[in-house]
Structures are given as structure tokens and as C-alpha cells.
Design a protein around this ligand. Structure first.
Ligand SMILES: Cc1cc2nc3c(=O)[nH]c(=O)nc-3n(C[C@H](O)[C@H](O)[C@H](O)COP(=O)(O)O)c2cc1C
Length: 204
């Protein structure tokens, strides 16, 4: 027998409650730990789980800011940001950097997260993150009360010990070694769990 369903009407429920519901279903979400600097050089770091890849050629990723926040303002002002992968050991630190610090406070300093210089952008990266991307802002697109920040990936750095050579000789990081955290609904976060591998099928 099919499970009984509870139906929800977004109009009756309202945007806020519907969004909470969707955020509990659209899981797990990868977490971009977004690093930026403001015009006077103060660094900023904040987790964003509205984060994905939006173009392959060229490689473009996106994070979305709910209302105007420091990360958005800095990316807009400087045209740059970094994305550091949040790995299991950084659970508490990543959460701490989501606190509403004033714009003139660096979350790197306030949360005790060591920064390292980027290779090609001014915004710093998280030193302890196993994989980081440096991005230049392609476009900022307002959607409802959000701002989608699209960034072209201009540099990538990965901890060497996570890299494996695949059948075609390409060096790609092992998911288990990256040990990423994800965002779930409520106040819940996830770890990777079981990793499954399968070949892409041919059309029969
Ligand atoms: C795991 C996690 C994911 C988050 N994802 C987002 C997000 O996608 N967009 C957003 O605007 N805020 C998100 N937040 C909240 C921001 O991190 C928080 O508002 C932060 O203070 C913003 O910092 P900023 O003003 O320095 O940019 C998230 C928080 C956590 C803990």
C-alpha cells in the first residue's frame, strides 16, 4: 500500500513556511564556505548552502544570498570570492562563521579559522579546507529576495593526499577523503555516508 501523504499548498502556507519545507526536502546541499574581502581589505567568511555549479564551459559556480549580506556586498565590490569546502573537522567552525558579525569584523579572526592567501584572487581561502576554488564574479542576478552570485572558477587547489588517478589518467579527489559536510533541513547537517559508483548506461 502507498504511504499516506500530507499535501501542502504554498499559497495557504506562505513563503516562509514553504521555504522551510523545501529546505528540508532539498537535501543534502553542499556548503560553500565563501571567503571575500571588503574594499578596505577586511576579510569575511560565511557558509552558504544555496550553492551549485551552473555552467560547465566555462566552469561557473553560484551561491545565493538571502537578502543583502557582507559576502554579497564584498563579492559585488571586489568582483571576487573564494569557496572552501567544509569538511567534517570544520563543523563547529563553519557554524560559528554564520553568526551575524558586523561588517568590520573578520569571521576568520572571530571564529579562529586560519586563512591562507589565494593564488590568483585577493580574497583569502580557508587553510584547513581540503579543497578550495577561487572565483571572479560573472554576474549577480536578483531572484525574489535573494541574489545569485555567479563566479567563474579561475583557480582550484586540492590537498594532494585526496587525489586519485582515474582510468583516463585524470587526478580527481576522492569523495571520502574530502569528507564534506552537507546542509539538511532544520538545524541538521549531514556527512557523506555510503559512496556508490556506477557506469553511465548506453541507450538500448
Ligand atoms: C550551513 C549554513 C548554510 C547557510 N547557507 C546560506 C545561504 O545559502 N544563503 C544565505 O544567505 N545565508 C546562508 N546561511 C546563513 C549565513 O551564513 C549567515 O547569514 C551569515 O551571517 C552571512 O554572513 P555575511 O553577512 O558575512 O555574508 C547559512 C548558514 C549555515 C550555518
Amino acid at each position: 500500500m502507498d504511504a499516506q501523504r500530507t499535501e501542502f499548498d504554498p499559497v495557504a502556507l506562505g513563503d516562509r513556511e514553504t521555504t522551510l519545507l523545501v529546505k528540508s526536502i532539498l537535501i543534502p546541499r553542499p556548503i560553500a564556505w565563501v571567503g571575500t574581502v571588503d574594499a578596505s581589505g577586511v576579510a569575511n567568511l560565511a557558509p552558504h548552502s544555496f550553492f551549485t555549479m551552473v555552467s560547465e564551459e566555462p566552469p561557473v559556480v553560484m551561491f545565493s544570498s538571502t537578502t543583502r549580506k557582507d559576502s554579497l556586498n564584498n563579492a559585488e565590490a571586489t568582483g571576487e570570492f573564494t569557496v572552501s569546502l567544509v569538511s567534517r573537522p570544520q563543523f563547529e567552525d563553519a557554524n560559528q562563521t554564520s553568526a551575524p558579525y558586523d561588517p568590520d569584523v573578520s569571521e576568520f579572526a572571530a571564529a579562529g579559522v586560519a586563512e591562507e592567501p589565494s593564488a590568483v584572487v585577493t580574497a583569502p581561502r580557508v587553510a584547513s579546507s581540503p579543497a578550495v576554488m577561487e572565483c571572479t564574479v560573472e554576474r549577480i542576478i536578483p531572484v525574489g529576495g535573494n541574489f545569485m552570485v555567479l563566479g567563474r572558477v579561475v583557480h582550484v587547489a586540492v590537498n594532494t593526499h585526496t587525489l586519485r588517478t582515474d582510468a583516463r589518467g585524470r587526478s580527481l579527489p576522492s569523495a571520502s577523503d574530502l569528507d564534506p559536510l552537507t546542509r539538511l533541513g532544520r538545524n541538521e547537517w549531514g556527512t557523506l555516508g555510503e559512496v556508490l559508483a556506477i557506469r553511465r548506461p548506453n541507450a538500448q
